[in-house]
Design a binder for this molecule. Sequence first.
Ligand code: GAP
Length: 443
Amino acid sequence: MAASSLDQIVNLAKRRGYVFQASEIYGGLNSCWDYGPLGAELKRNVKDAWWHSMVHTRRDVVGLDSAVLQHPKVWQASGHLDGFSDPLIDCKKCKARFRADDMDNATCPERHNAAINDDCKSHFTEPRDFNLMFKTTLGPVEDAGATAYLRPETAQGIFCNYLNVQTTGRLKPPFGVAQIGKSFRNEITPGNFIFRTREFEQMEMEFFVPPEKWEEWYAYWRQERFDWYVKLGVNPEKLRLRDHDADELAHYSNATADIEYELPIGWKELEGVASRSDFDLKRHSEHSGRTLEYFDGQTRERFTPYVIEPAAGVDRALLVFLVDAYDEEEIDGETRTVLRLHPRLAPIKVAVFPLVKKDGMPELAMEIEDSLRARGITTFYDKSGAIGRRYRRQDEVGTPWCITVDGDTKEHGTVTLRDRDTMTQERVSAAELPSLIAERLAP
Ligand code: GAP
């Protein structure tokens, strides 16, 4: 049985060390979250899987790691200073703030979060634009010249480095530049756990193409990105591609499709695949005075590339992987909770158990654990409690394999390897275990 509410995921995430409320000992900070030991591993695995598929396995994409703080003119050119705002309504009575374009979901904090009503409305201000960028000051003096912004998307760092990357790598369109990093937006209505937060991480790739090839590459990346989630185990029936209507398109885009997932809170955007035309390179050319084109010295060919951008959220992807993996099943009158995470995403790959705490079994188990760790395979050692309970604890955090060291291990050099999903057990050689697991984890 799948998760019927987000609360089930929030509870498991907190109980087992995936995600904690930020500043919890001080009462928490609204919509800010910290990733615990298992969450930190899962997040790294999500980012590694993305980088592997977008950069390492491709000849036509390279990586970049640009600064969070950029020149304020970047945000002028990109349109974020003037246009990156949500319409905001204030309640003069209870001081609550609402997004004018999301009033259907608005609730009143003074009346225990009941839906807003006509009395509420009589206290509302007119909608006004609220810029979502976080402002900060560079250096010790707080004057207008020192104002800087935390980036609201990683994409602009890529556009500003277009020439640096293209010329140093002698790249010819079509080619892409990929980046993973934190972005910040002062969202008016953050919420739903890690789905919408003010600090989040993005995985974005700007793919520069000859203008006449944009449709072809747009179709390609739409499908490629959809398939990435499916390859990592996400149920395709819970995923869909939704094309934006003309009035939904961002100011820079001539076509966009969202990859959406059906969370317990409804169908929600997981990633956007946008055709950004030549908007960004042209705007940065105008504002910087630098020509941002592709020029072929031999053929004298010259053009401003069009851009296709798959833009995903790390935190949202992580939430979807958790929700999609969550399963409860009845076994012998008991509920087994299993996270059926793809083995490459699972934070712990192998749990190692000595059957009993004597006869040299713990020492042998730790030796086997060390042999796995030496191959870069994450492990967890657990020596206490009934073996069935130890299996259940690992099922709940998504560990794909458990091995048990028993009396036969010393004598025959074999261990029991138990599979999380099928719960079947096989007898395998302890010496061959690291290679066997590495093979099963290979992409
Ligand atoms: N460069 C294009 C861009 O930033 P976007 O649709 O605004 O496009 C891309 O963001 C992805 O970043 C979203 O699909 C989502 O996964 C993630 N994202 C955006 N805002 C977020 C927020 N407040 N909290 C968590 N993730 C967010």
